[in-house]
Structures are given as C-alpha cells and as structure tokens.
Design a binder for this molecule. Structure first.
Ligand code: RB5
Length: 148
C-alpha cells in the first residue's frame, strides 16, 4: 500500500514544532510534503497557509498540518478556502472532536501555545479518528456551502 502524502506548512513562528511533527509523521509511515518555511527569518503566514490550502483544493493531499506562533493566523488563512476545514487545537480532545464532529481535514497548532508532546498526541488523535457522520453530516455540508 502506498503511504498517504500529508502536507505541513508553517511561518517562522512554527519552524521548531514543524520539525518535531515531521519526524512524528515520518515515524508513522506518512509521505511528508514539507511546504516550508524552513528558517527563522520573518515570513507572512498567509503565504504558507495558502500553499497548503491550495494542495487540498487541487487534491494533491487530503490532510494537512499548519503551524504559526499562535496557530491563529495560519488557521484563519487556510480556512479562507471552502475545501478546508481547519481546527486550531490545544489538546487531544479538541483534535479528536475536530474529526468526529467537524470532519476537519487540516489541524493547526501554535508553537508558542502548545508543547511538543501535547501537539504530537493531538496530531495522532487527528490522524486516527474517524468522522462520525450522522447529524454532523448536515452541519459540515453547510460549511461547504455558506450563504454568501
Ligand atoms: C508572527 O510573529 C506571528 O504573528 C504568527 O506566527 C502568528 O502567531 C500569527 O497568528
């Protein structure tokens, strides 16, 4: 079976956590598409969030991980795409619920707000938890079709 390709992107505030999460993803057998950024030089989180969101939109990947200092800016950026349902999480329960109830396809972390061990646990919950469907199906469908 071919490994699932999963993308990860961050701004300068998320480089260290990105490295740790890439190691975790590789250890679990994922084919990791690292969309940057790679160093600590100041960059703009929308640029990296949009790269990942575009990869979801064009179906290069089905799931992704984004990181910035707080997780807030980059999660807002990726959620500008209707194909993306990104959950900014701070714990394992949030990650699990984001899958069960929201069918989240991207998880966001803040390197300044969430420790590495917690982020790894939450990431694994995100990757292994199924969407419950049922009553949540209708609500998630409404997210795809906002009354703009
Ligand atoms: C960058 O300094 C910081 O603003 C960014 O990483 C993020 O926290 C924005 O939401």
């Amino acid at each position: 079976m071919t490994a699932e390709k999963i993308a990860i992107a961050c701004d300068h505030g998320g480089v260290n956590l990105k490295k740790a999460l890439i190691d975790e993803l590789k250890s679990k057998g994922f084919d990791v598409l690292d969309l940057g950024c790679d160093r600590g030089d100041s960059v703009d989180y929308p640029d990296y969030g949009y790269k990942l969101a575009q990869a979801i939109k064009d179906e290069t990947i089905k799931r992704g991980v984004v990181i910035c200092g707080s997780g807030i800016g980059i999660s807002i950026a990726v959620n500008r795409y209707t194909e993306v349902r990104c959950a900014l999480v701070h714990d394992t329960l949030g990650a699990k619920l984001s899958r069960e109830h929201n069918n989240a396809n991207v998880i966001a972390f803040g390197e300044r707000t969430t420790g590495v061990a917690t982020a790894i646990d939450a990431l694994n919950a995100f990757l292994t938890t199924e969407f419950e469907g049922g009553r949540h199906e209708r609500r998630v469908e409404k997210l795809t079709n906002p009354p703009l």
